[in-house]
Ligand binder design. Structure first.
Ligand SMILES: [Zn+2]
Length: 114
């Protein structure tokens, strides 16, 4: 059975999957190569491939693109309100817990603050 994937665009983030929908930043339309790169990435999530976000190689063009489009930075927020739905990403929640834990460790035990 084949599930149809709908691609829509929004004014922030980079790309994400919500149910049967893949949402990409509308500014990616002006960059066909990056557009397809992000779309392929989201399709990997769609087919249920594991650890997709940790296996993606660093892409300098995509990084440069995010610097030109600050609205894409909202991608790193682990929680977002989407209309009446709370959207979340476990990958980003783990990442933020890890970063915050290291920051606390650094400040309290290494720098001796508090
Ligand atoms: Zn991803």
């Amino acid at each position: 059975m084949e599930t149809e994937v709908k691609t829509t665009y929004e004014c922030y983030g980079i790309g994400r999957r919500i149910g049967n929908e893949i949402r990409l930043n509308e500014h990616l339309k002006d960059y066909p190569v990056l557009h397809d790169l992000v779309l392929q990435h989201e399709l990997k999530h769609f087919i249920g491939k594991k650890n997709v976000d940790w296996q993606e190689p660093f892409n300098l063009d995509l990084f440069t693109w995010t610097l030109k489009h600050p609205s894409s930075w909202l991608q790193v927020l682990p929680l977002r309100i989407d209309g009446d739905v709370l959207a979340y990403s476990w990958t980003l929640i783990y990442l933020w817990v890890f970063v915050i834990a290291w920051a606390i460790f650094l400040f309290v035990f290494v720098l001796g603050v508090l």
